[in-house]
Structures are given as structure tokens and as C-alpha cells.
Design a protein around this ligand. Structure first.
Ligand code: FMN
Length: 394
């Protein structure tokens, strides 16, 4: 496999579109509404300009970073992905292994095909864990998952707050994916067009929600039944009171994912939350949300140094990582592009994509005249889309 043919994330996307079943590509790539939120994320990042300074020796600048006191090789990571096996069976295993080898954070999503104990064996130094809201019986399932994550040394617990309701992703619907998920005849026929996907399926089996299996009645065995169980148990967005409950139980860094308004950021910090994902869920929830890069500066201004800020949504290159850090983030994570990498290159994809991001970030730092990642926050920048306090006031 000639990796040089895929020097950017978009090259991986083009290849994935060609070689994956249609439903799998549409699941990983499609957004809410007309994909306007996805495009807004890309356009808003593209609009950020960074001013270089020349006249000193900078090469090769290091890109390593500390997040919540732990060293990582770069200020970038893999965002949580639910049902990643739909995009590529066995995705979690490859993502976890690549993250561990490269020493960048891997956020395992709760709706995954491996459980947190297995992930911790593959990625012991870099594992973060994301939870959705399982509120029944006083959060019995959710709090137990948090305790299990603690027991296996997960570094940070991420509570996703930006999915208060289910919304529709039209490309996913049109591709034949139904909710709860069902391996219909149409999907089976679609899968037949992709030897790569079928090979991964043969190796790893039909994707299942393994982390939740122990909470399901034993008679629920099929994929459809377990998806229906999850639909009953999971839903809504964490309230501030519920977040406080998780703060009590979880002893490590607690991170909220989905913050766009600085007032929410301040409230989270007041509750003892240490990290925030500034994100619009990659444009997958609704089309009208601000680009996360445009929401970022006001959040940094509101929380100062009291929280670690992670930007995701639309990150496709090391230049984007640099833009995010210049505009106030401590790190940038990516979701879709890691699925593109798997779709395009199989198990070798995620490691190649991490290299693309890290090498591009290194080159960007050098080009801008920065000796360290931290210096990015001190350089000149123009950010035309950033939300102002007046706009935020409504
Ligand atoms: C297929 C897919 C599934 C996702 N599932 C989850 C999830 O289960 N939990 C979550 O917090 N975010 C989920 N996300 C959102 C990502 O964590 C992340 O916020 C988003 O992908 C970032 O934008 P990007 O795709 O442009 O990089 C998902 C994203 C994708 C593409």
C-alpha cells in the first residue's frame, strides 16, 4: 500500500468513498440537514489566518503536549465515535492501537463494539471514555460505567451534553440505515460491493454494543434487540445536577463535550469540571449551530486558564490544529477523518492519519516561527467568524 498517495485527510475521504459500502460511508460522513454545519466548520477554520514571524532558527519544533497533567506526543486526539463498526468493523481496536502507539488520546465511545476493560488493555496510557446519559434508576448504568472506567485507569471521563434530542441525518436515512440499527437485506447487498468491509466483518463479526451487554436481559441477543434496549435506556442531555453527581463519583479529570456558550462553560467550571470539548458534534446534530472554532475564543475568555479546552468539528489537518490552538484551544480532536482513514486504508489508516496531523502541525509551527506549541497562542491571527459578546447576549 503506497501511503504517499494519501497525503491529506481529504485524500483518505475520497478513497473511502470509493471502496466502502455506501451506507458505511454515509454513516461516517453525513451531517444533519443539508451538511451545512459540516461545511460551516470547514469554512470557519479555513477563514482563520495566522501571521508568521521570521528570523530565528526553529526547526524541527517539538509538538508534544500535556493534557490534564499527562504527556502526549501531540495536542491532538481521536474523538468518541458511537457505532464505529458500522463504518468499519473492528474500528475501535485499530483506533485504540494506533493511539497507544503514537501516544495520543483515544476517546472510546460508550456505544462501541469493545468495552472499556478491553480498550484499557490496548491503550493503557492514552484512554479516555465518553458517556451518554443513561439516567434510569438514578443513573445506575451510567455511574457503573464510570466506576468501571476508573477501575481500569481511564485518564479522562467525557460526558456528552449536546444530544438532548435525536435528530435526523438525511444521508444516513437515505442510505438505508434504520434506527434501531438492523442489518437489512438492502444493507447486506450494499456490503457485498465492498470486499474490504466484508473482510473486516468476517474478522470482527457484526458490530455490537459490548459495553452495555452486561446490563441487558440475557434473552436480548440480536443486534436489533440490543439497539432497541439502548434506545429505551439512553437519552436526553445531562443536567447540571447530574453532572455534579458524576463529579462526585469520578475522581479523575471530568470533561464536558458539546459546550458552545461561554455561560455554560463557566457553569461547568464552577461545578469542578476540568475540561471542555468545544464542539458542535461535527455538524451531526443540527445545521444551525456555530462553527466550534467561532465559539472558541469567547469560551477561552470566559474560563481563562481554569479549564483545558479541546476543539473538535472540522479538523482536517495540522494547520487546523494550529488554528485551534492559536484561537484558544489546548488541543484539537477529530472524528470523521479517523473513519475515513480506516475506510481508505483499513487498520493502517489511523496511524497514517496521526502522522499526517503531527507532521503537518510540525511544519506549520516551523513556518510560523513558533518554537513550541504553546507559542501558537501568542502569534498574530485574524479570525473573522469569532462570536462577539454582543452576539452572545442575544
Ligand atoms: C460516525 C460518528 C459517530 C459519532 N458518535 C459520537 C458518540 O457516540 N458520542 C459523541 O460524543 N460524539 C460522537 N460523534 C462526534 C465526534 O465525537 C466529534 O465531535 C465529531 O466527529 C468532530 O467533528 P469531525 O467529524 O468534523 O472531526 C460522532 C461522530 C461521528 C462522525
Amino acid at each position: 500500500m503506497n501511503l504517499q498517495l494519501y497525503p491529506t485527510a481529504f485524500d483518505l475521504r475520497a478513497r473511502a468513498r470509493k471502496v466502502m459500502p455506501n451506507f458505511s460511508f454515509e454513516y461516517m460522513d453525513g451531517g444533519a440537514g443539508q451538511d451545512i454545519g459540516i461545511k460551516r466548520n470547514w469554512d470557519a477554520l479555513d477563514a482563520v489566518e495566522l501571521m508568521p514571524r521570521y528570523g530565528r532558527v526553529v526547526s524541527p519544533p517539538p509538538v508534544d503536549a500535556f493534557l490534564f497533567g499527562r504527556p502526549y506526543s501531540a495536542p491532538l486526539g481521536i474523538a468518541p465515535i458511537g457505532g464505529p463498526g458500522t463504518a468499519y468493523p473492528g474500528a475501535e481496536l485499530h483506533l485504540a492501537a494506533a493511539a497507544q502507539a503514537a501516544r495520543v488520546p483515544y476517546t472510546l465511545g460508550v456505544l462501541s463494539g469493545i468495552d472499556v476493560e478491553q480498550a484499557a488493555k490496548i491503550a493503557p496510557d492514552v484512554l479516555w471514555y465518553q458517556l451518554y446519559r443513561f439516567a434510569k434508576n438514578d443513573h445506575k448504568i451510567g455511574l457503573d460505567l464510570a466506576r468501571r472506567a476508573q477501575a481500569v485507569g481511564v485518564h479522562a471521563l467525557v460526558l456528552t451534553i449536546d444530544t438532548p434530542v435525536r435528530t435526523i441525518r438525511p444521508r444516513e436515512v437515505k442510505s438505508g440505515i434504520v434506527n434501531p440499527f438492523k442489518l437489512t437485506m438492502r444493507l447486506r447487498l450494499d456490503a457485498m460491493t465492498s470486499p474490504r468491509w466484508l473482510y473486516a466483518l468476517a474478522k470482527h463479526g457484526i458490530p455490537r454494543f459490548v459495553a452495555l451487554r452486561r446490563y441487558m436481559p440475557p434473552n436480548l441477543t440480536s443486534l436489533e434487540e440490543s439497539a432497541a434496549f439502548i434506545r429505551q435506556e439512553q437519552g436526553g442531555a445531562f443536567t447540571w445536577e447530574e453532572i455534579a453527581k458524576y463529579r462526585d463519583v469520578w475522581k479523575g479529570p471530568l470533561v464536558l463535550k458539546g459546550v458552545l456558550h461561554p455561560a455554560d462553560a463557566e457553569r461547568a467550571v464552577a461545578l469542578g469540571v476540568e475540561g471542555l470539548f468545544v464542539t458542535n458534534h461535527g455538524g451531526r446534530q443540527i445545521d444551525a449551530l456555530p462553527a466550534s472554532i467561532d465559539a472558541l475564543p469567547a469560551i477561552r475568555a470566559a474560563v481563562g486558564k481554569k479549564a483545558t479546552l479541546i476543539l473538535d468539528s472540522g479538523v482536517r489537518s495540522g494547520v487546523d490544529v494550529a488554528r485551534a490552538i492559536a484561537c484558544g484551544a489546548d488541543a484539537a480532536f477529530a472524528g470523521k477523518s479517523f473513519l475515513w482513514s480506516l475506510g481508505a486504508l483499513g487498520p493502517k489508516g489511523p496511524a497514517h492519519l496521526i502522522d499526517i496531523y503531527a507532521n503537518d502541525l510540525r511544519a506549520t509551527l516551523g513556518q510560523l516561527g513558533c518554537m513550541t506549541v504553546g507559542e501558537l497562542s501568542t502569534i498574530g491571527k485574524r479570525h473573522p467568524g469569532a462570536w462577539t459578546p454582543e452576539q452572545l447576549a442575544g
